[in-house]
Design a protein around this ligand. Structure first.
Ligand code: SAM
Length: 253
């Protein structure tokens, strides 16, 4: 009974977070803010798409599923590099993505919570970027990734990107480099736009569910036990939170 209740509460938490993103998609003007980033990270975002395409080895003939695509800051540029692109997210984020992709004939949409959706198709590449920390509890994260793995075509690649790891953060914060960069970051935080402030207040009221070294390593091993290959990759420091985030690359034979 206790476990079922806990499971229910964790799922509810994910719904609350998803709903917050849908509200932001309706009310905030900057898509950068809607997707959870600050306006001063705009130029850093330019590196994200290239980094993802490289890590996924994305090819012109590939089909791509972008789970938690928000209103498409990453989905849209990636759609130019592959054959077809399907975005999954809540209603308002997808509505906004639809408006932005009216002239693109290779972008399609699935509305809903991925953990509850029934998706029949399989994909060459799957992206889950900056999403894992909004899924509460290790088991729910694992089930989410397993469900996505099962949608990979043979030879398919999946990137679970921008993973927050509290152990990495701790090592970084205790290092000389970390202290220096944090000082610069705090300085940038004194120059926020009104929408940056709204978004960061949302993040304080709905804090992330963060992994640590043990959970990340357990996850890598579990993915291998399911029959896939899994790798932990560093992020380049040019990326918006590149000093402290990591990516998990999964390959299906
Ligand atoms: C921080 S944003 C990242 C958006 C985009 N991937 C990017 O990096 O720009 C997280 C997105 O994941 C979506 N999301 C969270 N949980 C989800 C779930 N269970 N199913 C589908 N989307 C989800 C949220 O609605 C939100 O739009």
């Amino acid at each position: 009974m206790h476990e079922i209740y806990t499971e229910f509460m964790l799922q509810k938490m994910n719904n609350i977070r998803m709903n917050k993103f849908q509200e932001d998609a309706k009310h905030l003007s900057s898509s950068l803010n809607v997707s959870g980033r600050f306006s001063f990270q705009k130029s850093a975002m330019k590196h994200v798409v290239v980094d993802i395409a490289n890590k996924l080895s994305l090819r012109a003939e590939d089909s791509l599923l972008d789970i938690g695509c928000n209103c498409g800051d990453i989905t849209i540029p990636l759609s130019f590099m592959c054959d077809s692109c399907t975005g999954v997210d809540g209603e308002s984020a997808i509505e906004r993505l639809k408006k932005r992709t009216q002239d693109l004939d290779n972008v399609s949409f699935i509305v809903g919570d991925f953990s509850e959706l029934k998706i029949e198709e399989q994909y060459d590449c799957i992206l889950i970027y900056s999403v894992l920390m909004y899924i509460d509890g290790y088991d729910n994260k694992r089930n989410f990734i397993k469900k996505a793995c099962d949608l990979l075509k043979p030879g398919g690649r999946m990137l679970v990107g921008d993973v927050v790891n509290t152990s990495v953060k701790e090592r970084y914060s205790n290092s000389e480099v970390g202290r220096k960069i944090d000082k610069e970051y705090k300085h940038q935080l004194t120059n926020l736009t009104q929408e940056d402030i709204i978004k960061s207040e949302n993040n304080v009221t709905e804090p992330f569910d963060i992994m640590d070294d043990k959970k990340v390593c357990d996850l890598l091993l579990e993915i291998r036990n399911w029959g896939y290959e899994s790798f932990l990759l560093p992020q380049s420091v040019e990326l918006p939170f590149g000093y402290t985030r990591q990516d998990i690359l999964i390959k299906r034979w």
